[in-house]
Design a protein around this ligand. Structure first.
Ligand code: B12
Length: 210
């Protein structure tokens, strides 16, 4: 059953969305739950887009609403982990080449920072060689690759291949995520981990830096 927040999100009812989010924050709701409800709305918005009931302008608006929600939730994600005082390790993060979706990546980045990881955020539309260069420069043991488009799956594979070509594959793990990603894509790209959400990204990184 879709919640009121999910419904308001799907309807792009901006004022209602912020009102509900503010109420949930005031009531002490977990930011992860609020994100999950909004995310469910984003998936439905994507389906309406596929059916030509929503257009690019609606996707853009949905993205802006989500970013505004994140600016309310971000302070709750940063430093909400008691153990965050101790630096856990470095993670290189970016969205693959030709893909400009950054909302999910940014949530992963915030959650990782909030749990004590140093994150090198390469942004969006990142060519494979930039991932490689960042690993060389930082010595990160894990690279997070975000990908939201089916036609950019080969770009994930290229990141893995370039790491191999640079002789770095043995010392770095590759985790991937984004709405259309699943285990099959992980196998196709020869990545090490698939994470379905930001919380999974955190547990994967904790596992790698254990
Ligand atoms: C908002 C949106 C946009 C916005 C993005 C704004 C922004 N600043 O990011 C704009 C308008 C730019 C956009 C553009 C396009 N989009 Co768009 N977009 C969406 C939409 C509705 C929501 C995406 C989103 O932000 N979701 C919310 C976040 C929180 O979820 P998330 O990204 O999945 O992230 C979570 C997890 O996946 C995970 N995660 C994410 N990254 C990572 C990384 C790692 C390492 C790990 C472990 C986990 C992880 O953690 C996050 C938090 O839980 C999706 C629908 C959907 N199903 O997602 C379509 C969608 C992704 N878009 C789609 C399309 C087709 C496009 C366009 C090609 C449309 C066009 N004709 O131009 C362009 C492509 C532009 C480009 N080159 O990148 C399709 C892709 C279909 C496909 N599978 O290939 C989708 C699925 C819509 C659909 N159903 O048709 N889009």
């Amino acid at each position: 059953m879709a919640t009121e927040l999910t419904k308001a999100m799907v309807g792009l009812d901006e004022d209602k969305v912020y009102e509900i989010v503010d109420q949930l924050i005031a009531a002490g709701s977990n930011p992860g739950d609020i994100i999950a409800q909004c995310n469910e709305g984003m998936v439905d918005i994507g389906k309406l887009f596929e059916k030509n009931e929503y257009y690019l302008s609606e996707l853009i608006m949905a993205g802006e609403i989500f970013k505004n929600i994140m600016s309310k939730l971000e302070p709750m994600l940063i430093g909400n982990d008691q153990a965050s005082q101790t630096m856990k390790g470095t993670v290189v993060m970016g969205t693959v080449k030709d893909d400009i979706h950054d909302i999910g990546k940014d949530i992963v980045v915030s959650m990782l920072k909030g749990t004590g990881f140093e994150v090198v955020d390469l942004g969006v539309d990142v060519p494979p060689e930039k991932f490689v260069q960042a690993v060389k420069e930082t010595g990160a043991k894990i690279v997070g690759v975000s990908c939201l488009l089916n036609f950019t799956f080969p770009e994930i594979k290229k990141v893995v291949d370039e790491l191999t070509a640079a002789g770095l594959r043995d010392q770095v793990k590759v985790m991937i995520g984004g709405a259309p990603i699943n285990e099959d894509v992980r196998v196709y790209a020869a990545a090490d981990f698939y994470g379905k959400d930001a919380a999974s990204a955190v547990s994967i990184c904790k596992q790698v830096y254990q």
